[in-house]
Design a binder for this molecule. Structure first.
Ligand code: FAD
Ligand code: NAI
Length: 467
């Protein structure tokens, strides 16, 4: 085994493993170090993949129990939670093994252990048994990702007081679930347990759910989740939690201060964001600069202030999304190989995999207003889409925002069935610098949900036809 590489990646998540694979494809010798014991990072092990497996399974369970009747199907359903968890674990196992296969295919060495930079170009890897190995690399890529942001004064035990990691592994359905934070994790995992039978209360510090998402979409989302049985306490903060003989007593108070009250619950999910993870990495030793939020500072070529050290993914600025990490991984590998790697941050979609899904790309109306950009809006509701009617999923709408003068597409926001897939064509449109008219004049198959995107695009110039 060689101990010297062209490039070594620390972290085996979407940022790390994709960088290593691309380096291998480009003919460079590469290694990827991860301390977790299985590759794939947060995303494959405890994030995107297990949560989506549970979202899918719980949605089918809910559909079979409550929605099939609308289609004339009578079904008696029963939950087998251990089997649902086993299916989720199987998917995780297959995909993490898949990363090892891709490493072999691209001649990447996968190293299990904790990596620490001891000097520029030098990394010490500590294995679980305490043994160490020193490797050298012309380039080092930091891709150490992120970790759960703690709630001050609250200790996560992953049984009663859980982060997302505990919430995807509960062994029984809690009667009551209190979610702290109405962000992506809170609403996705809240949906899983709501569908499986929990009473879900969401406590959110701000006066709205999903901050950062287009406000009109956020309001519709909260209304729809409310109909599904979610209870929201907005502008509220958790100030303490006490373990009782059975359950938890959670103290809350208005965000702006005021009278305290207590919410009794069985399980509490802390989902107030994630923080960059760079602990024990040796960054102080080599002098890699971090910003105020602990993120590794890089330039547009992912270079840190120390020559030969780069960073990608959740540990640097930008949305904490697997596909953003993956795009940066490809770009940094190409840059290291002497090519012109680049990421277009205006064309990074974001999807919340609830039902209905929420999908966004580009600018929100609030952002355009704040920037003083003149824009036009085209909207189309799924109630007027033929396919949505046939599948009895008519809640939600598509909204397209385009520049008032040039008609260039600036943003798209969808709440509705398959929103995550629907937004993809607008991501491509933005990537190509397309106009709303380009989408409106593109043939879309009938009857599909994609027609709602086309009709919304027609709406920008005021010629929506099917409403
Ligand atoms: P990570 O995936 O966090 O990988 C970093 C890896 O580095 C980890 O495995 C860690 O063990 C390892 N590491 C850290 N320090 C060291 C060290 N010193 N030595 C060796 N190894 C080290 N994003 C989406 O786009 N879509 C989704 O549907 C989605 N769902 C999510 C659901 C949940 C519950 C969570 C928590 C996150 C979800 N995300 C989703 C976010 C996504 O998981 C992250 O954006 C993505 O994993 C970031 O990739 P990364 O490579 O930067 O870091
Ligand atoms: P988030 O940033 O999406 O939401 C956190 C929420 O908690 C916000 O609404 C915030 O206002 C609120 N909050 C913060 N402090 C609070 C407090 N003390 N009390 C009450 N509310 C408080 O973070 P979340 O949901 O933890 O997810 C972390 C990240 O993981 C996301 O930002 C996203 O990047 C990624 N992710 C992506 C998914 C996807 O793409 N489908 C799925 C899950 C996670």
């Amino acid at each position: 085994m060689a101990d010297s590489f062209d490039a070594v990646v620390i972290g085996g998540g979407p940022g790390g493993y994709n960088a290593a694979i691309r380096l291998g494809q480009l003919g460079l010798t590469a290694a990827c170090i991860d301390k977790r014991g299985s590759f794939g990072g947060t995303c494959l092990n405890v994030g995107c993949i297990p949560s989506k497996a549970l979202l899918h399974a719980s949605e089918r369970f809910h559909e079979a129990g409550s929605e099939f009747a609308k289609l004339g199907i009578k079904a008696k359903v029963e939950l087998d939670l251990p089997a649902m968890m086993a299916q989720k674990n199987k998917v995780v196992g297959e995909l993490t093994k898949g990363v090892e296969f891709l490493f072999r295919k691209n001649k990447v060495e996968g190293i299990v252990g904790e990596g620490r930079i001891t000097a520029p170009g030098k990394i010490e890897v500590k294995a679980a048994d305490g043994s160490t190995r020193t490797i050298t690399a012309k380039s080092i890529i930091i891709a150490t990702g992120s970790d759960v942001a703690p709630l001050p004064g609250v200790t996560i035990d992953e049984k009663q007081i859980v982060s997302s990691t505990g919430a995807i592994a509960l062994t029984s359905v809690p009667k009551r679930l209190l979610v702290v934070g109405a962000g992506v994790i809170g609403l996705e995992l809240g949906s899983v347990w709501r569908r499986l039978g929990s009473e879900v209360t969401v406590v959110e510090f701000l006066d709205r759910v999903t901050p950062g998402v287009d406000l009109e979409i956020g309001k519709a989302f909260q209304r729809i989740l409310g109909k599904q049985g979610f209870t929201f306490q907005l502008s509220t903060k958790v100030t303490g939690v006490e373990k009782k003989k059975s359950g938890l007593a959670v103290t809350v108070e208005p965000a702006a201060g005021g009278d305290k009250s207590v919410i009794e619950t069985d399980v509490m999910l802390v989902a107030i964001g994630r923080r960059p993870y760079t602990d024990n990495l040796g960054l102080e030793t080599v002098g890699v600069a971090l910003d105020k939020r602990g993120r590794v500072i890089t330039d547009h070529h992912y270079k840190t202030n120390v020559p030969g050290i780069y960073a990608v993914g959740d540990c640097r600025e930008g949305p904490m999304l697997a596909h953003k990490a993956e795009d940066e991984a490809v770009a940094v590998a190409e840059i290291i190989a002497g090519k012109a790697g680049h990421v277009n941050y205006d064309a990074i979609p974001s999807v919340i995999y609830t039902f209905p899904e929420v999908a966004t790309v580009g600018k929100t109306e609030e952002e355009l207003k704040a920037a003083g950009v003149q824009y036009k809006v085209g909207k189309f509701p799924f109630t007027a889409n033929a396919r949505a009617k046939t599948i009895a999923a008519t809640e939600g709408f598509v909204k397209i925002l385009a520049d008032a003068k040039t008609d260039k597409v600036l943003g798209c926001h969808v709440i509705g069935p398959e929103a995550g897939n629907l937004v993809a064509e607008v991501v491509l449109a933005i990537e190509f610098g397309a106009s709303s008219e380009d989408i409106a004049r593109t043939c879309h198959s009938h009857p599909t949900l994609t027609e709602a995107v086309r009709q919304a695009a027609m709406g920008v110039e005021g010629w929506t036809m099917q409403m």
